[in-house]
Design a protein around this ligand. Structure first.
Ligand code: HEC
Length: 198
């Protein structure tokens, strides 16, 4: 199906089911959007409790962030998805370095429409970051990473490779910002006795 038509359909469907879910719940409980309800069935009690406590607005925001992505993983974890988007980012770099506007555009759109990992993003965040305050930065992170990737793709489609190249640092600024907030140091060893220097 046409991707442009499909996005509003998913959103409309999720809004309708959100309304239905809301009708079945006591008035003061925040409604949980449909796809998130499915994901929550797979969550540990501790994570489920954290997600239930999020504001209605943030639940809808997270649902929308998921809905903007067409591809759903069956088993792929967030870490594996991160490697996929790293590969896409590198493909864009190769494309720009070789004047290949078509690959630059294609890889940038694939990066923006990355797979949603099994269980959704929240399942992989540290539990103490699953709250309104910390997760509130997600739309901004999304905009700088994926918004810039889409702008890069548009510039590449228009044949403006210098402009396309200028978005590379915006994208990486977003990657780094999100990691500073939600990721520890990758691959630290439990068998090292010396504390980390930072
Ligand atoms: C929404 C926040 C967020 C954004 C945006 C984000 N990441 Fe990540 N990234 C994470 C989290 C959380 C992890 C840790 C996942 C884990 O280990 O389960 C991670 C881990 C990684 C890893 C380490 C994987 C490993 O083997 O430990 C790489 C590489 C990575 N991200 C690349 C990127 C790149 C490239 C971008 C930008 C194009 C990006 N990420 C954008 C949240 C983000």
């Amino acid at each position: 199906m046409n991707k442009i038509l499909f996005t509003p359909l998913i959103l409309a469907a999720s809004l309708v089911s959100t309304g239905l879910a809301a009708a079945e719940k006591p008035k003061n409980a925040a409604p949980v959007p449909a796809e998130m309800q499915q994901m929550m069935k797979t969550y540990s009690p501790a994570l489920r409790q954290k997600v239930m406590a999020l504001s209605p607005e943030l639940k809808v925001t997270i649902q929308q962030l998921h809905a903007q992505h067409m591809r759903r993983a069956k088993e792929t974890t967030l870490r594996q998805v991160m490697h996929e988007i790293t590969a896409d980012y590198q493909a864009i770099a190769v494309a720009l370095a070789t004047d290949n506007a078509e690959l630059a555009s294609e890889a940038a759109r694939r990066l923006a429409n990355h797979r949603i990992p099994k269980g959704g993003l929240l399942a992989y965040f540290p539990l103490d970051k699953v709250n309104d305050n910390d997760l509130g930065v997600l739309p901004a992170m999304n905009e700088i990473v994926e918004g810039s990737a889409l702008k890069l793709a548009d510039a590449a489609d228009a044949g403006d490779l210098p402009k396309a190249a200028s978005y590379m640092s915006d994208i990486m600024t977003g990657c780094v910002a999100c990691h500073q907030k939600f990721r520890g140091t990758p691959g630290i060893s439990a068998n090292l006795m010396t504390p980390l220097s930072k």
